[in-house]
Design a protein around this ligand. Structure first.
Ligand code: SF4
Ligand code: FES
Length: 203
């Protein structure tokens, strides 16, 4: 694979063909915030917090860095007034769903986002898909999935699968940027396979 030279925040960065801008930035120690990215998973491009600006012939263009591939001589900016404004808005919208998320609060502080700007939705899941994709792509279990679509979309554990595999795994729990995943699991376990968990506690 040939090397590709590009510029990120004024720094010359050497990347491999096929890498995304996010991967190239990370390899050069440049931090771009992410919410739906995980290095073991296929790019998803859902949260949009990782947007960056490309400079092309004097014009700027916004792209999602976790899915956009590196190109020769790209000039990339990871922070600007416009980028920060968009990240602030994204965070304010997400905080309406998960106001207590420590992860979101940390980013909100950095981008000056107001967690009370939008009316609370209190659905807690921000649809990053990390749990669903990790379980499918890494664990090959599909114990958790998205149900419904659009604004009614939410994640749910598949009780028949979860009862068999989740207790000894739970690798998705720390991936969740909110507390929703764990709560959803506890609820599913309590409602659908309580005896299985009670038996394990006695072990
Ligand atoms: S439950 Fe958590 S990890 Fe899963 S999609 Fe929602 S916010 Fe993401
Ligand atoms: S991290 Fe890139 S869209 Fe979520």
């Amino acid at each position: 694979m040939s090397d590709i030279l590009l510029q990120i925040d004024g720094k010359e960065v050497k990347a491999k063909e096929g890498m995304t801008i996010l991967e190239a930035a990370l390899s050069a120690g440049i931090v771009i915030p992410t919410l739906c990215h995980h290095k073991k998973l296929e790019p998803f491009g859902a949260c949009r917090i990782c947007i960056v600006e490309l400079e092309v012939r004097g014009w700027t263009r916004l792209v999602v860095s976790c899915v956009y591939p590196v190109e020769k001589n790209l000039v990339v900016r990871t922070r600007s007034e416009k980028i920060d404004r968009i990240r602030k808005m994204i965070l304010e919208l997400l905080l309406a769903h998960a106001p207590d998320s420590v992860h979101l609060q940390r980013l909100a502080e950095e981008y000056g986002a107001d967690k009370d700007r939008f009316e609370k939705e209190a659905s807690f899941c921000i649809h990053c898909g990390l749990c669903v994709r990790y379980c499918a792509e890494v664990k090959k279990m599909n114990a958790v999935g998205f149900v419904d679509r659009g604004i009614r979309k939410e994640i749910g554990f598949i009780p028949e699968v979860a009862a068999k595999v989740c207790w000894d795994c739970k690798e998705c729990f720390p991936l969740c940027p909110t507390s929703y995943l764990q709560a959803a699991y506890v609820l599913t376990e309590g409602l659908c396979f309580p005896r299985a968990s009670a038996g394990r506690e006695e072990r």
